[in-house]
Write a protein that binds this ligand. Structure first.
Ligand SMILES: [Zn+2]
Ligand SMILES: [Zn+2]
Ligand SMILES: [Zn+2]
Length: 274
């Protein structure tokens, strides 16, 4: 499978509009971008393409990256930066199956699949397909599993994508704290490529009203506030999962400029063949 990182930023992206912080200035100088989250996965055996999350930057991503429009999509959760690009499906797709989890969220009273169906009921060209967490389902000839992660207050899922022919494995943590449940860690383990949420460096936890959580043995917080992993948390997670290669994604412009473009922080357009 060929994996293209279409959107590697957090909810405001880098550069952030109207921002002239050192990191946003540096991104403009380097000509790099971290748009809102999306990952494109091509099954190289069949030519079919799967899109993970519907970024508000959908149009820009497909105009600037050399990838085909998706045949199917998967939604990890209902936050703006992962779902609200779905309106772009209007008059672009004849038929787009959208896969999402069927567990009812106690906060919204709806599953992710229900919310997608309700918000986009005007799009008659999309078909929402419900799946139970951990259920294996086939998308574009690839085996997928949505696995629960920890992104309070909403339900959110990581995603495992495996090629049943070659054994190649891609794992995405989704938006999550370090508190990923054990059964989900087991499903995400041993990927050829891990895409891990790493919103900011741990040192910035002191500026979050909730501080940091899930400290490691040196006292370094692996969760920023309650919703996302720190860079240090994401790297610990990668070690724990035994990832062959790791890219840090969903990163914010709050990274200091001298750290923001270091390895293994991803930028838009990176491509991996698994
Ligand atoms: Zn900025
Ligand atoms: Zn989120
Ligand atoms: Zn997000």
């Amino acid at each position: 499978m060929r994996v293209t990182l279409l959107g590697t930023g957090d909810t405001t992206g880098t550069p952030t509009v109207g921002c002239d912080c050192d990191t946003c200035v540096r991104a403009r100088e380097l000509g790099v971008e971290r748009s809102r989250f999306a990952v494109h996965v091509e099954n190289r055996r069949t030519g079919e393409c799967l899109l993970v999350d519907l970024s508000p930057d959908f149009r820009h991503q497909f105009l600037t990256q050399d990838v085909s429009l998706p045949d199917e999509a998967v939604v990890t959760h209902i936050h703006f930066d992962h779902l609200d690009g779905l309106g772009n499906a209007y008059r672009v797709f004849d038929d787009l199956p959208v896969h999402a989890a069927n567990e009812t969220d106690p906060v919204t009273g709806e599953s992710v699949a229900d919310t997608v169906r309700r918000k986009y009921d005007y799009l008659d060209r999309i078909t929402v397909v419900d799946h139970a967490p951990f259920e294996r389902f086939s998308v574009c000839g690839l085996d997928c599993r949505l696995v629960p992660v920890d992104h309070p207050p909403l339900v959110c899922y990581g995603l495992v994508v495996e090629d049943p022919e070659t054994g190649a494995k891609l794992s995405l943590t989704g938006d999550t704290s370090y508190g990923i449940p054990d059964d989900s860690r087991a499903a995400l383990a041993d990927p050829d490529l891990l895409l891990a949420d790493a919103i900011v460096p741990a040192a910035l936890c002191e500026y979050h009203p909730l501080g940091g959580r899930h400290e490691n043995s040196e006292g370094v917080p692996r969760t920023f506030g309650s919703k996302h992993m720190t860079r240090e948390g994401a790297l610990d997670m990668a070690r724990e999962l035994g990832a062959r290669e790791t890219r840090l994604v969903h990163t914010a412009h709050f990274y200091p400029a001298e750290e923001a473009f270091e390895e293994p922080l991803a930028v838009d357009g990176e491509q991996y063949d698994l």
